[in-house]
Design a binder for this molecule. Structure first.
Ligand SMILES: Nc1nc2c(ncn2[C@@H]2O[C@H](COP(=O)(O)OP(=O)(O)O)[C@@H](O)[C@H]2O)c(=O)[nH]1
Ligand SMILES: [Mg+2]
Length: 447
């Protein structure tokens, strides 16, 4: 089995697991169904289903991005060898996103091109929503430039990079600038990058920059007739997109399926996070009640427990029970093992406060044991000290549980895409497995 097929298999398993879990009626255990919540997550479930269909369909979506009149439509036409999309000198020929299917003559790969209006053509929020949703859909992006890079272009590139989108930077209209080369684009990208006050810089490998002329301007040619007369005529040179075409083919053959998987998993991750967020919001009251119940358990357990080290173990059992109860209430997938991992994570991340709790637990606990032994035999007055220590200790422990409950809520909200088959994990696997010469590999290098 090829690496790409393995990726498809893992992705399919991940999405199927998520779907079966989140659509299961039993997922909230014995809690009554929450209709409001069911309505709220409907769209996210659909998005999960769509992601699964996406990898089964095996159609790779390539979107063009760029400012108006850079030749986005012309590049797609030239690649397809057909003037399917309207392209022209008047600004704003492409009014909204359009899709065209392309089955290259090799026959094996199915592509859907998504042509977009210019980044500068639609105003404000609407544009942002449109660009984002197209970027979400696309497995590969052709970012078309044809002159000096502007700030709008730079910022759009940065956005796409942040969203882990594979980009080919296409320098179009090279027939107009015979001497422009990749170095110039590079220098320019760097200059703009330095001038920006954003922390992250845009970087791209030279391998991902291609020069084309999708629809060259007619050029004058002198035609000499047999009678000796010369006439000037205008001739349109053929388009030059072969390098881009073969680059696209190479990418699609080598990693097209993996790109599909990455995109599907990224969408699934978002959907799962949304589901978790909405669930936690909807179950807020019940969650508070559960947390307080465990806070009480723990303070009682710690205060009455006479043997020191059991406090820590007893405490952790209460905490684990709390984490599991919350996960059950939320209907989020979490195993015992994961609950334990989460508990340790919370311990580390809530740092000194909780460490303090444990340290107190150990010191007071030991003291308590020693005291407990000596108390009855020798000095009954110490009983008072014993009592107050226990209350103090119980209170601290209870406070720790409260913090754990709160932190668990937060973690469950963010982290339910963990686990071996969780989308985050599968994305990580794919990223780690691919060859260094792939566009996927280059997604992770950040200079
Ligand atoms: N000289 C030259 N003009 C081009 C090239 N590609 C596109 N154009 C012209 O640029 C204009 C805008 O092209 P279009 O595809 O509509 O751009 P879009 O708005 O980005 O989709 C049209 O007049 C095209 O003929 C090229 O390679 N060379
Ligand atoms: Mg266009």
């Amino acid at each position: 089995m090829t690496q790409q097929d393995t990726h498809i298999q893992q992705t399919r398993a991940s999405l199927q697991q998520a779907l079966s879990w989140y659509t299961s009626v039993r997922r909230h255990w014995n809690y009554p169904p929450n209709l409001q919540l069911q309505a709220a997550v409907k769209q996210d479930l659909q998005s999960l289903k769509a992601s699964l269909e996406k990898i089964e369909n095996d159609v790779i979506k390539i979107a063009t991005f760029g400012l108006v009149s850079r030749g986005k439509s012309a590049v797609i036409n030239a690649l397809m060898g057909q003037n399917i999309l309207e392209s022209g000198p008047i600004h704003g020929v492409t009014k909204w996103p359009q899709s065209v299917r392309w089955t290259p003559s090799s026959g094996k790969i199915k592509v859907e091109f998504i042509d977009t209006p210019g980044l500068d053509e639609i105003e404000g929020q609407e544009r942002e929503i449109m660009s984002r949703s197209i970027a979400d859909e696309a497995d590969l992006i052709l970012f078309i430039i044809s002159e000096d890079i502007t700030r709008t272009e730079y910022e759009a590139l940065l956005e796409l990079k942040k969203a882990f989108k594979p980009i080919i930077l296409v320098f179009n209209k090279i027939d107009l600038y015979p001497d422009k080369d990749i170095n110039t684009i590079y220098e320019q990208l760097q200059k703009i990058g330095q001038g920006s006050n954003t922390e992250q810089k845009f970087s791209i490998s030279p391998e991902d920059i291609v020069r084309v002329s999708a629809s060259p301007q007619p050029i004058p040619v002198l035609v000499k007739y047999p009678d000796g007369k010369t006439v000037q005529q205008w001739e349109t040179p053929p388009s030059q997109v072969d390098e881009l075409k073969s680059k696209i083919f190479t990418i699609l053959n080598r990693e097209g399926k993996s790109l599909l998987c990455l995109n599907a998993l990224q969408k699934a991750k978002k959907a799962e996070e949304n589901i978790a967020k909405k669930t936690i919001k909807n179950r807020q009251e019940e969650a508070e009640a559960i947390i307080w119940k465990h806070v009480k358990y723990k303070s009682v357990a710690v205060a009455v427990n006479p043997i020191g080290f059991l406090d820590i173990i007893g405490g952790s059992v209460t905490d684990l029970m709390l984490i599991r109860s919350l996960a059950r209430l939320y209907g989020l997938p979490i195993t015992n093992h994961e609950a334990g991992k989460l508990w340790r994570k919370i311990l580390v991340s809530s740092g000194s406060l909780l460490l303090g709790e444990i340290a107190t637990g150990v010191i007071l606990g030991l003291g308590k044991t020693a005291l407990a032994v000596s108390t009855f035999l020798e000095n009954p007055a110490i009983l008072t000290t014993y009592g107050s220590t226990a209350i103090l200790q119980g209170g601290l422990a209870a406070y720790g549980t409260y913090i754990i409950g709160k932190a668990a809520q937060e973690y469950l909200e963010k982290g339910c895409s963990w686990g071996d088959l969780g989308p985050s994990m599968v994305i990580k696997n794919i990223m780690n497995q691919v060859d260094p010469n792939t566009i996927i590999y280059r997604l992770q290098i950040d200079e």
